[in-house]
Design a protein around this ligand. Sequence first.
Ligand code: ZN
Length: 241
Amino acid sequence: MKIAILSDIHANLEALTAVLRSIARRGCDRVICLGDIVGYGPDPNACVVMVQERADWVVQGNHDRAAIGLLDLADFNDHARQAITWTAEELSQDAKVFLRGLPPVCQVEGSLCVHACPYEPLEWDYILAVSQAFLQFRHFDEQVCFIGHSHVPVSFRWDGNQMSRSSQWPVQMDREARYIINVGSVGQPRDGNPQAAFGIWQPKKRLFELCRVAYDVHAVQEKMRRLPLPVYLIERIAYGH
Ligand code: ZN
């Protein structure tokens, strides 16, 4: 079984479309979405509909919650807040109902899937350093936990003795070790590579691959320029920062 894992789409329809095309070509059986379907980008409703149609499991992200009024906007920086305010007005009733109904975590084929972190998923803590990952391993029992949130693909490995961090792909998981894997961002990558990122996980083979796919960044920027979205958000998708 091949399971595609997508996160942080952020209303970028061009990136999502390119990723879904790539997923179909690579013969993925199932799709997991780790949240932040909306926020930042110009196509929140179309992205919600597409995720609703194509994803088998979806969890809620902090931008999804904020856009339906369930998170205090004071927790976000100015650019994010501006985009969330626009998104909240733009979202259809159906999209809001869908986002509201999403769970904070789900379990798929022996993995835990969550937007930010297994410990208190609704606190939205970032897992960036080995020390932060170390604290999280005791808060889930599965062999692997898939996350998004930081928009930077990375894997952490814990063998009961030692912790390590890697941005080398693919990850061939050892039977006796446990992992936290950040699958990166479809719609707003921040690792210096503007191409949309997503993961393909083969649970039986214990193999995780990170995939990148180019999309029409310029078209997204053109749409964003016609909307009340911050220039900073328009520019950053071209650089992947
Ligand atoms: Zn995000």
